[in-house]
Design a binder for this molecule. Structure first.
Ligand SMILES: Nc1ncnc2c1ncn2[C@@H]1O[C@H](COP(=O)(O)OP(=O)(O)OP(=O)(O)O)[C@@H](O)[C@H]1O
Length: 238
């Protein structure tokens, strides 16, 4: 049987840069089910927190413990950045790239990538240069490229920032399908409608710390702290 990644336990985890604490100290246990949506004001530390949990930002204190080895956890997770980088290659080659990195033969990688391109409505654009895609198309490509290795865990940093309603809906549909098939999602967003549509649990971040961590329904029906209340009302919270 496949070993599990979760729970992920952060103990006093901290990121500091130039003498300033960006995140932490954080104590947090993430279980292996559902979708966690990370919200909070600009500069609260959401991106840094996601990158810290993913292991691509150096920690200055504390520990992150997976239920498996760190190497295995790394192998089984992916990250979709707010502004994904497209390689100067075709759409199909961009999506196939993570499979080629792990040694899948080019023809098979491209065949699987073509199936993914269909799923994200880029089936007609297989040979287009990816750098010429629109913002929404790039985000969908980045999502397919992250999901093609069937990660157990996917981090997403504001994947729908500056996308229109249609592109946002398409991305949410892909995310809901991934979640339904068992991919654990941890994602930041500024869009509270989107948070309500996707979240099983909410992590509300303020000044680098976890201010509230609750079931989504409880959070939206009645946040525990005045800051979260104010944030949901649209007030300025710092
Ligand atoms: N490498 C770095 N060195 C110094 N400061 C940094 C670094 N990276 C981020 N910061 C600062 O850390 C704080 C948290 O940034 P972060 O991007 O994690 O916040 P965020 O909640 O994702 O913000 P937003 O909602 O605006 O995307 C900000 O004040 C930012 O300027």
């Amino acid at each position: 049987m496949k070993t599990t990644l979760f729970p992920l336990v952060a103990k006093q985890a901290m990121v500091r840069r130039r003498g300033k604490v960006l995140v932490g100290p954080i104590d947090l246990t993430l279980e292996g089910r559902g979708t966690t949506i990370v919200i909070g004001p600009n500069g609260a530390g959401k991106t840094t927190l996601l990158k810290m949990l993913h292991g691509i930002v150096r920690m200055n204190g504390g520990a992150l413990d997976w239920a498996c080895s760190r190497e295995e956890a790394q192998r089984r997770q992916a990250f979709v950045f707010q502004t994904p980088i497209m390689m100067r290659r075709s759409v199909v080659d961009n999506i196939a790239y993570p499979l080629q990195l792990i040694g899948v033969a080019r023809a098979e990688a491209r065949a699987r990538a073509a199936l993914w391109a269909e799923q994200i409505n880029l089936g007609d654009a297989l040979d287009r240069q990816a750098t010429l895609l629109s913002g929404g198309e790039r985000q969908k490509l980045a999502l397919a490229r992250a999901l093609i290795r069937e990660p157990d865990l996917l981090f997403l940093d504001e994947p729908c920032a500056s996308l229109d309603g249609r592109a946002t809906r398409e991305i949410e549909e892909i995310l809901l399908r991934a979640a339904a098939s068992g991919t654990r999602l941890i994602m930041s967003t500024h869009n509270m409608g989107q948070a309500q549509r996707l979240a099983d649990e909410i992590l509300f971040v303020l000044q680098g710390c976890i201010h509230e961590f609750s079931l989504a329904r409880e959070f939206f029906e009645g946040p525990k702290t005045t800051q979260a209340h104010a944030f949901l009302r649209g007030d300025i919270v710092e």
